[in-house]
Ligand binder design. Sequence first.
Ligand SMILES: *[C@@H]1O[C@H](CO)[C@@H](O)[C@H](O)[C@H]1NC(C)=O
Length: 274
Amino acid sequence: MMKTVLLTFLLVGVFLSGALAKKRGRNKKDKSTFDNVIELGAEESEVEISEKVEGVSPCATKECDRGELCTEVNGKARCGCLEVCHEELDPKYSVCSTKNVTYGSECHLDRDHCLCRKGKPGCSNANARKIHLDYFGVCKELTPCPDKEMEQFPIRMRDWLFAVMRELANRHMLDEYLDMLEDARRDDMHADAVLWKFCDLDNHPRDRHVTRRELLFIISAIKPMEHCLVPFLDECDKDDDHKITLAEWGQCLGLESDVIVDKCRDIQDKALKG
Ligand SMILES: *[C@@H]1O[C@H](CO)[C@@H](O)[C@H](O)[C@H]1NC(C)=O
């Protein structure tokens, strides 16, 4: 995951180069599948206590929610809200929440999420029970995606995915997908780069469709700079079920249905077998 995120930042420049020079227009959608609406679940659990396993620290097997820290109390694991976050002075660590509130870092946002969820003192807004990351960076005015850019978006996205693939290969990080790069080189549409991204995104879990959860990282990294990304993903999700199938992904990236071949499983299975 981390390597993809790093490259996302790295290559956002390539991705954006086409868009920046263009004039900005207006076409705002009221409701967006991929914008601010998904709850990430499993967040209502109260402080949980698990029994100590002989000889192992109880926190070793305990999973706390985001913004929480496990401490051992009387031999039992206890998840409590983080008491402090490192004070980040550099705005590059800032994050913007879905309520358009800037936090010093993701840690600060997660901590506030925990405090507010548990109704603890220090919560920034008692009415906000769910505080989510919207994007990395200070909150700002996000400009709408003009129709013209939206039309060009699939082409830019395909070229960008191909560029990311090449860059990963240069860094010996493309792993099992190296053969797909060869295929992606062979056609102008870079269909295999489009397929590769789908295989890569459909990872948590591998269930043949890409959900908002799987897209969360890429969205929060690119959203503040690339105003067409969220409207584009909404378009991809043709049947509005908050999931993108491979067919939908290929289609919204402008591929003919006969080139959309599901290679993910074969490649991933082969890699697992080593
Ligand atoms: C979010 O906050 C920024 C910075 O304060 C502001 O410029 C922008 O208009 C806000 N956006 C919305 C949708 O309120």
